[in-house]
Design a protein around this ligand. Structure first.
Ligand code: PLP
Length: 410
């Protein structure tokens, strides 16, 4: 294995930089990717990396044999479904998701990405409540939707004529003293708004691995119900077992009016996202609130169906809880011997390692990459530790050993 990237790898990264618009979150690329398998990435030079990031789409690891078989099989059958036709895979996926829903009767809509699915959830809330205002957490991320609807015509349905001034941003629970401030600020907004708030949108467990106090969501659930505000949970990264429960909100016993899933729903293979929402939000059949060309694509829905089946059959949510506790213990033990490791934070396998003084997360991330671990920085001078749920104890040990060596010689 070589230390310096080969010409082939450098040349692919250079072509990529030339061809694509640059973006803060992904440019420049680190290396050319050749293969993915299980918990591993392999670059064009044959270097292998444990993938602790995977854009949180790799709950099942890569090329899971059941998904590969399901995809191959589907390619021999129905490959597209124009929207006026029902198809078995889409219906079965909806049924599979709804079997996990702990609330009153719900319905679903699918999209090809999380951002679109978030917009669907917002549209459902606006239309069902007839209100315009949305509360979100300062510094959160819910995708790149633009509320693009308003661009299409000057004659937008008045229930959807929604603009930036109708959004409120409150202190997030991950700020110091954040949970109390968040509750107070939301209470104040609701008291002043005179019934104008349609929805509160938030990640129940932040993908930056911040977990709120247990009582926060139950209290906000009561407040939202009292004010007729729809509670929308974005579980695009944290859902589908990652935190140790199928839905992250199940840790808190607060059922939202809508939850949005994405990323891992496509098995780390195909793009698909879903909104599961209280069936009482289904009030506007005269509008198109989630009308996308590929919403019920039989291939994406087949892979998502198989993904849910693997999560269920292999008990991956419980496995994430168990292995998350194992990783936490291993990191805390390491922290006693390596002062550059401070502590673990997160829930299940949605974790981060906070670094001590004398090392900066960006330098640590680059060192990890050289030691065969692909990860990202997280706020609070931390490194993401979000492996696939199929990882085992020995690969967690190996990964932590590599991180230990990397942070000692960044
Ligand atoms: C919390 C959260 N919401 C929404 C999104 C957007 O999902 P997508 O990139 O599939 O549009 C992301 C993506 O990273 C996310 O982390």
């Amino acid at each position: 294995m070589r230390d310096v990237p080969s010409c082939a790898s450098r040349s692919l990264v250079a072509r990529d930089a030339e061809l694509f618009f640059h973006q803060e979150g992904s440019s420049p690329c680190l290396a050319g990717l050749a293969a993915v398998e299980g918990i591993w990435l392999e670059d064009l030079d044959g270097r292998r990396y444990v993938d602790l990031h995977g854009n949180t789409a790799h709950h099942l690891g890569y090329r899971h044999p059941r998904l590969v078989a399901a995809l191959r099989d589907q390619l021999e059958g129905l490959t597209f479904s124009p929207r006026r036709f029902a198809n078995e895979n889409a219906a079965r996926l909806a049924e599979a998701l709804l079997r996990h829903w702990p609330g009153p009767r719900a319905k679903v809509l699918f999209a090809t990405g999380g951002s679109d699915a978030i917009e669907i959830a917002l549209r459902l809330a606006l239309v069902a409540t007839g209100r315009q205002e949305i509360i979100a957490l300062e510094g959160s991320y819910h995708g790149h939707g633009f509320g693009a609807l308003g661009l299409a015509s000057a004659r937008v349905d008045p229930r959807l004529a929604w603009t930036q001034p109708s959004r409120h941003h409150v202190t997030p629970y991950w700020a110091p003293g954040g949970a109390e401030r968040m509750l107070e600020e939301i209470e104040r907004i609701l008291a002043r708004s005179g019934g104008g708030v349609a929805a509160l949108v938030a990640e129940p467990i932040r993908s930056n691995c911040h977990v709120p106090p247990d009582r926060l969501w139950p209290e906000l659930r009561v407040l939202c119900t009292r004010h007729g505000v729809k509670l929308i949970f974005d579980e695009i990264p944290a859902g589908l077992g990652k935190t140790g429960r199928f839905f992250a909100f199940e840790h808190f016993g607060a059922v939202p009016d809508a939850v949005v899933l994405g990323k891992a729903l496509g098995g780390g293979m195909l793009p698909i996202a879903a909104v599961i929402a209280d069936a009482r939000l289904d009030v506007a059949p005269e509008l198109n609130l989630g009308h996308y060309t590929h919403e019920k694509n039989p291939i994406t829905t087949r892979v998502a169906l198989e993904t849910i089946a693997v999560i269920e059959d292999d008990g991956l949510a419980a496995r994430a809880a168990r292995l998350g506790a194992y990783a936490r213990q291993a990191v805390e033990t390491l922290a006693c011997h390596n002062e550059r490791i401070r502590r673990w934070r997160g829930r299940g396998l949605l974790g981060a390692i906070e670094l001590g003084h004398g090392i900066d997360a960006a330098a640590a991330m680059r060192a990890c990459f050289r030691h065969g671990v692909s990860t990202v920085t997280k706020p609070g001078n931390a490194l993401g530790f979000s492996p696939p749920l199929i990882i085992d104890e020995s690969d967690i040990d190996l990964t932590i050993e590599r991180i230990d060596r990397a942070v000692r010689t960044p």
